[in-house]
Ligand binder design. Structure first.
Ligand SMILES: [Cu+2]
Length: 110
């Protein structure tokens, strides 16, 4: 790249208004509480790149286990937390591996 073309490129890039720049949204962390042998909310909707944090309020241990996606918080004892980040849009169903009747869903929008 010659000096002249490099200068032209820099000027062009600088002329793009900041408001039009495609800045990625800041990733967020959203909470799911495990209480009374249930996930609350049972379905949580997040944006791609966001993190879900599960907190177990029960005396019994629980997990959030995504068998299809191969993701797992591991065993959470009372007061324990586990976080998983979802990069790809989709619908992700999960269970507690210890109590498989406990079911939840994470919906990841694009
Ligand atoms: Cu459980």
């Amino acid at each position: 790249m010659t000096d002249i073309s490099r200068r032209a490129f820099l000027i062009t890039a600088a002329a793009v208004p900041a408001s039009l720049a495609a800045l990625p949204a800041a990733a967020a962390t959203q909470d799911v509480t495990i209480q009374g042998m249930a996930f609350a909310p049972q379905t949580i909707t997040i944006a791609a790149g966001d993190t879900v944090r599960w907190t177990n309020q029960d005396g019994a241990p629980h997990t959030a286990t995504f068998q299809a996606a191969g993701m797992d918080t591991g065993r959470l004892s009372r007061g324990g937390t586990g976080e998983l980040t979802f990069a790809q849009p989709g619908t992700y169903d999960y269970v507690c591996a210890i109590h498989p009747s406990m079911r939840g869903r994470v919906v990841v929008t694009g």
